[in-house]
Design a protein. Structure first.
Lengths: 311, 357
């Protein structure tokens, strides 16, 4: 009798521990709006999965700290690691650390530089930044044509932190689009970085306005900077009907600005979807299943026509 | 009848040995930098930096540029006024930026408007009962936050005697954590119209200049000001002459904390949002403004006027780079060089002046 009870209880314990999994997550920064949406998407999704223990750490924009966090996760015996890279050029070392320890690794939201040569049990879930800038720039080009400015239009570009691949790629997308035959009536007057910040963007735009150059369009690598530029233009008495303003992210603030007719274009990045997708992929890798090593979640263009889908 | 030049005991006032106030040095540096940008502007851009070469304004100056030069440094300038006083007492405050961050989040949560363009506020932190509050509430909350942080800093420095660097470093880290914790990193936006008017237009400049004038008089003509310099020059002598050093230090750090709180209110009002990452590096910029303005990190020397000129130098540099369309990569490198250069210039002139005496 005792033996039966003993084996039954051990079996029960084993099944419950077999269900439980721990995933260690390192997010580049906790105080970035977009990444907060992603992080919250992850924690929400994790709640719906039985027995999943999610441990989320803040890498505070420190590359070295992030590598330490990986080593800490490995030491505490997690089943999988999810990394939102601080610096997408430093991912080789991170991949190697995880591969050496035999722990599955999933990169989320920021494209690792070793994307095409990831080890067997590693994957990458994000959106392709080539889409984001291109969608926004293309639509801005169409809007300018519709305004009758195909004879010549001038634009300013506010860039994000230049150490982020997203900033570099989105800026390149914009310049590629205005280099195409269809859109080369647009000239870029100047491009400067406002470090993703609304306040810096506001001051930068005010500086540009003070130089007295005529302009027709403003593109911000993210919504925060586009909103800052809008605030500056409004303070200077420039009508938002005369300027085409574009951003990326489709944050709540941006959607409100679009409803008010101030912002013309933005692009929705399904960050919560990326977060949830990365958890599912990590669990599959931890269970030894086959996965697609690169999963791209598409960006969606948001304009006054389809804004209600996103509110 | 004694000649007006004869003093007591045969001392004579020698006019040739008159020394300039230190602020002149900084002012000269400011003029020098402006001249350099004008020259570069004429050579590279064919335009003037400060003057209205395109005749867009009524006056001879490019009014828009003059305005943005001071507007973009006003918010950090407010912090610099407090940091100046702290450094003059021989201490330092590394927490200003983080205090701005946490104050921004908390104060903005009390300044929420209930309806945005007809839809309920999507960013509301508290329930409907705490929206559309009178403007005094978020202002007092913000001041209270800054004051609290300053008090903690002051008590730690004055009573536990740990170095101000460490005490304020601890506050810097903790306050930033608190800023992120408040709404789990989510930004807070959409304040009421009244709150938005605090930082609208040139208000940040008006607030900065008013506070600068206030603290100029405080530092120069009140007992508080004199005690601040005394503690910085020689703390032991100050204590022995009856100054309550502990209480004064708590006061100085509290004022610095409150000024950081005011800065946060103006910042969130200007941007109509509060983000947990606001204020990063502000403390270093504020310290740089003070140091360029002639404040000595060993204490006892410096002035509000110098700090204001230091702030203007920052503003000129930022606008100058954008004016010249200088590549973003070069800007930070050159800015560091200018900061060091301005301080070297100031030190050299002071040594020359001391040698002449």
């Amino acid at each position: 009798m005792k033996k039966i009870l003993l084996t039954a209880s051990i079996a029960a314990l084993m099944t419950s521990t077999a269900m439980a999994a721990t995933i260690g997550v390192s997010v580049a920064r906790f105080d970035d709006n977009g990444l907060t949406v992603m992080r919250n998407g992850m924690t929400e999704h994790a709640k719906t999965i039985d027995g999943l223990d999610l441990q989320v750490e803040d890498a505070t924009d420190d590359v070295a700290k992030q590598l330490d966090q990986i080593n800490n996760f490995v030491a505490s015996g997690v089943d999988a690691i999810i990394i939102n890279a601080v610096d997408t050029n430093a991912t080789e070392a991170m991949s190697r650390a995880a591969a050496d320890a035999g722990v599955p690794l999933v990169y989320v939201n920021r494209q690792p530089i070793n994307m095409d040569s990831l080890p067997e049990n590693q994957a990458f879930v994000a959106s392709n930044e080539i889409e984001s800038g291109t969608l926004a720039a293309f639509r801005m080009c169409q809007d300018l044509r519709a305004q009758g400015k195909s004879g010549g239009a001038r634009a300013y570009m506010l860039m994000g932190q230049l150490s982020n691949q997203a900033a570099v790629q989105r800026s390149k997308d914009f310049e590629d689009v205005i280099g195409m035959d269809m859109c080369n009536f647009i000239t870029l007057i100047d491009k400067q970085t406002a470090e993703w910040s609304r306040d810096k963007a506001q001051d930068l735009m005010t500086n540009w306005i003070s130089s007295g150059e005529e302009f027709d369009a403003v593109f911000g690598n993210n919504d925060e900077m586009a909103i800052g530029a809008i605030q500056a233009m409004k303070a200077a008495g420039i009508s938002m009907d005369d300027v085409v303003v574009g951003g990326v992210d489709a944050t709540q603030d941006a959607l409100v600005a679009m409803k008010a007719g101030e912002m013309d274009v933005t692009v929705f990045q399904d960050l919560a979807g990326q977060g949830a997708g990365s958890i599912d992929t990590a669990l599959k890798l931890a269970n030894g299943e086959e996965v697609d090593q690169t999963v791209f979640i598409p960006f969606k263009l948001v304009t006054p026509e389809n804004i209600d889908d996103f509110l | 009848m004694a000649d007006s030049q004869d003093g007591i005991g045969g001392l004579v006032f020698d006019k040739s040995k008159r020394t300039w106030p230190n602020e002149i040095n900084v002012f000269v540096a400011l003029i020098l930098i402006i001249v350099i940008f004008e020259a570069l502007g004429a050579m590279i851009m064919g335009q003037s930096f400060l003057f209205d070469s395109k005749d867009r304004f009524d006056s001879v100056f490019n009014e828009a540029r003059l305005k943005i030069i001071i507007l973009q440094v006003s918010i950090i300038g407010i912090i610099a006024l407090g940091v100046t006083q702290v450094i003059i007492t021989g201490g330092i405050d590394l927490s200003s930026g983080s205090v701005v961050g946490v104050t921004a989040m908390i104060a903005m949560s009390f300044a929420q408007v209930s309806e945005v363009n007809g839809i309920p506020n999507p960013k509301a932190v508290f329930g409907p009962g705490l929206m559309d509050l009178p403007i005094l509430v978020p202002i007092l909350v913000g001041l209270g936050c800054g004051l609290f942080a300053g008090l903690v800093n002051g008590f730690m420095v004055a009573y536990t005697k740990i170095p101000p660097f460490i005490a304020t470093l601890g506050m810097m880290v903790s306050a930033r954590g608190a800023a992120k914790w408040w709404t789990s990193g989510r930004p807070v936006s959409f304040p009421t119209e009244e709150y938005a008017s605090i930082g609208a237009g040139m208000m940040p400049v008006i607030i900065f200049v008013t506070l600068a004038i206030l603290f100029y008089f405080v530092m120069k003509y009140t007992v508080y000001g004199k005690h601040t310099y005394a503690i910085g020059s020689n703390e032991d002598a100050a204590r022995m002459s009856g100054i309550n050093v502990t209480r004064h230090k708590v006061l100085v750090y509290s004022i610095a904390g409150m000024l950081a709180g005011i800065s946060a209110i103006v910042l969130t009002s200007k941007n109509l949002t509060a983000q947990s990452g606001m204020g990063i590096i502000y403390e270093l910029d504020a310290i740089a403004m003070a140091v360029i303005g002639g404040v000595s990190l060993s204490g006892g020397r410096g002035s509000i006027v110098g700090t204001v000129i230091g702030a203007l130098i920052f503003g000129v540099i930022i606008s100058g780079f954008t004016f010249l369309r200088l590549d973003a990569y070069y800007q930070e490198m050159v800015k560091g060089g200018i900061i060091v250069g301005a301080v070297v210039l100031d030190q050299w002139r002071q040594r020359r002046a001391a040698a002449r005496v």
